[in-house]
Design a protein around this ligand. Structure first.
Ligand SMILES: Nc1ncnc2c1ncn2[C@@H]1O[C@H](COP(=O)(O)OP(=O)(O)OP(=O)(O)O)[C@@H](O)[C@H]1O
Length: 631
């Protein structure tokens, strides 16, 4: 129910506020300065109308009013009329300048607090998103994370800003009310007749605005996701001429966002309309009733200490100024709830449990050649759908091994387990007997250089792309890695050479070029394990052969774990594991597996037949034999 949702500040909300304000704990001095400057602004605001009132009522009439405010002003002014006029003019000017300086200081501190606090929130959020595992990232749209980082991160600052603004408003309201009451009780009460109506409009519109702001935020986050995904799909849409379909989807998403915004805007605009109409009535009451009081006390039956023109001016000024703090107070719940919703979206991510965690007692595992053991490893993305079953294998230091088998049988998943991108749901992976879950995560990952199927490239120079995994790599090491993967030739042909800047995703390179750079990136690291998922899928036979030679040369120094459908590259492996439906069904060297005459042998025959057919197509008479391929 609306009212409950809006009015009830639960324990969770309290903790959201506490946590949001905690982001500004280090800014205590700034906040104290801000509060002091606000104090100055409030005093100036309270005093501003008085020089004119004193001038009219006490100086120009020739009969100084006896009340305390007039007394206060007159006590610092000279006795002569001219001196008093000049003094009051200077006071008015001085108040204006001090007020402006205080305002300037407040704004600058506000900006600093906002940007510094929001930056801290963003740092935390970004770090958390970096640490959340693939399970999170593969089940949440990227646009949602972008929206939280760019928009929701302002939530904690919004809460602090609203709390400060409203506290100041409350103080201002109390002091102004006290001053007004000390001047004229009936006119002050008349000014507050609109109070209940203000509260009513705040309540009514506050609930609606809060709900619609939340809905609009969610729809905007979806829109950001949608745009991000649509941009990725542009080449696909062009290929299959689905531009019209994509545009319709985009138009739909934008339409939903606009409709949500319009629903929100309607309430946001109706609210001040209702509020200002109520306040206009209040203003009319002050002017009408106050005007009458001046007429009564000054003309009809003059009375000392009655309502004066100067005092009416103060009332009119205060009433105008009262509306601002009233606005803060009445909008408080709406504003703070909206910012709370944003902060909650941030904290929800920060509180998401990390699926891959590091045991506080995790062991150091210095980078070194080690034996990897798959100890009855099982894995399931979903509890009811296991992918890997009871995998057992030992991979010795410096060995070259391959996992082969039909598509979708869990080979890439197994590689992800080796990097602890996921943890096994049964059994364990061990390095020199240490369960990966018991070792420091960064140490485990420092052992592995993974080349995935996607060959991700950054919009940076080729050299920076190769050195991404080891920023300190020397130019020689970068060039050597490029030579080993056969990338050097095409890099040197580029006008910018190694300094050529790649387009987003490396789109200005061919698939095979990207793949060679991705492998060079892995080679440049000093990781003892090279883990390669389909490393030759985009390579021509020449570059594939070059890579196989490179891997053979690296064997012994580094442990190489290959997943591939190109069986030519596994011939030199020390062990080949044939996986089917998540189980190792055959294992041995290439020749041992051929001898088994089982699944692997059948796959190999198919591979040979395809290679022969390809070579025939290329017009090269092939006398290819198993032995030659294996050689
Ligand atoms: N993030 C995920 N969530 C749920 N299921 C997944 C996820 N990633 C992969 N799968 C499923 O796990 C199974 C194994 O996928 P995996 O990518 O490991 O196979 P693969 O043997 O490497 O296939 P390929 O040879 O085609 O690369 C597939 O059925 C796939 O649909």
């Amino acid at each position: 129910m609306d009212t409950q949702q809006f009015g009830h500040v639960d324990a969770e909300a309290t903790s959201v506020y506490r946590r949001a304000l905690g982001y500004f704990a280090v800014d205590r001095v700034r906040i104290a300065t801000l509060v002091a400057l606000i104090g100055v602004s409030v005093c100036v605001g309270l005093l501003e109308a008085w020089p004119l009132a004193v001038l009219i009522d006490s100086v120009l009439t020739g009969q100084p009013k006896g009340d305390w405010v007039h007394g206060l002003f007159l006590s610092v002014l000279p006795a002569s009329k001219v001196g008093q006029i000049v003094g009051l003019v200077l006071m008015g000017m001085g108040l204006y300048i001090i007020g402006y300086l205080a305002w300037f200081g407040r704004m600058m501190i506000n900006y600093h607090l906002d940007y510094r606090g929001t930056t801290r929130v963003r740092h935390d959020l970004f770090r958390k998103l970096q640490h959340l595992g693939l399970t999170y990232h593969r089940s949440h749209p990227q646009g949602d994370a972008i929206y939280r980082l760019t928009n929701d991160a302002f939530g904690p600052w919004g809460i602090l800003d609203t709390v400060i603004g409203t506290s100041v408003a409350a103080v201002m309201l109390v002091v102004m009310t006290a001053i007004l009451l000390s001047q004229d009780v009936s006119l002050t009460l008349a000014a507050f007749t609109v109070g209940p109506f203000m509260l009513w409009s705040n309540w009514r519109f506050g609930v609606r605005i809060h709900k619609r702001a939340l809905a609009s935020k969610q729809i905007d986050a979806d829109l950001t996701s949608h745009i991000q995904q649509a941009m990725v799909r542009v080449p696909l849409a062009q290929t299959y001429q689905r531009e019209a379909y994509e545009f319709r989807r985009f138009r739909g998403a934008v339409g939903r966002s606009v409709r949500a915004l319009l629903r929100l805007n309607l309430q946001e605009q109706l609210y001040p309309l209702a509020r200002d109409s109520i306040l206009a009535v209040g203003g009319a009451i002050i002017l009408g009733y106050g005007g009458y009081l001046v007429y009564r006390d000054q003309i009809l039956s003059p009375v000392e200490g009655g309502m004066t023109v100067g005092l009416l001016l103060v009332f009119v000024d205060y009433i105008r100024k009262l509306w601002e703090p009233l606005k803060w107070l009445t909008e408080f719940v709406v504003k703070v709830r909206t910012h709370e919703a944003a902060a909650r979206r941030v904290f929800r991510i920060l509180d998401t449990p990390e699926t891959i965690t590091e045991d506080p007692r995790a062991e150091d595992l210095p980078v070194s050649s080690r034996t990897m053991v798959l100890d009855h490893v099982g894995f399931a993305y979903r509890p009811d759908y296991p992918i890997l079953h009871d995998l057992c294998a030992t991979i010795g230091p410096g060995e070259m091994v391959a996992f082969v088998g039909p598509s979708g049988t869990g080979k890439s998943t197994l590689l992800a387990l080796m990097l602890r991108l996921y943890d096994p749901t049964a059994g364990a992976l061990r390095l020199d007997g240490i369960d990966l879950r018991a070792a420091r995560l960064t140490d485990t990952r420092a052992h592995m250089a993974l080349v995935g199927q996607d060959s991700l490239m950054l919009p940076a120079s080729i050299a920076a792309n190769i050195a991404y995994g080891r920023p300190g790599a020397s130019r020689n090491e970068i060039e050597r890695a490029a030579e080993l993967t056969g990338a050097a030739a095409f890099i040197e042909d580029l006008p910018g050479g190694y300094e050529t800047i790649l387009a987003e995703g490396g789109q200005n390179l061919s698939g095979g070029q990207r793949q060679r750079l991705a492998i060079a990136r892995a080679l440049v690291t000093r990781a003892p394990f090279l883990i390669l998922d389909e490393p030759t899928s985009a390579l021509d036979p020449h570059h594939e052969q070059l890579l196989v030679e490179t891997l053979k040369a690296l064997k012994g120094g580094r442990t190489i774990v290959l997943v591939t459908h190109r069986l030519e590259s596994v011939v030199a492996c020390d062990q080949v594991f044939m996986i089917d439906a998540g189980r190792i069904i055959e294992r041995g060297t290439h020749h041992q597996l051929l001898g088994l005459n089982g699944h692997y042998a059948r796959m190999w025959s198919g591979a040979v037949a395809r290679t022969e057919a390809r070579m025939q197509v290329e017009g090269q008479r092939s006398t290819l034999t198993d032995a030659q391929l294996a050689g």
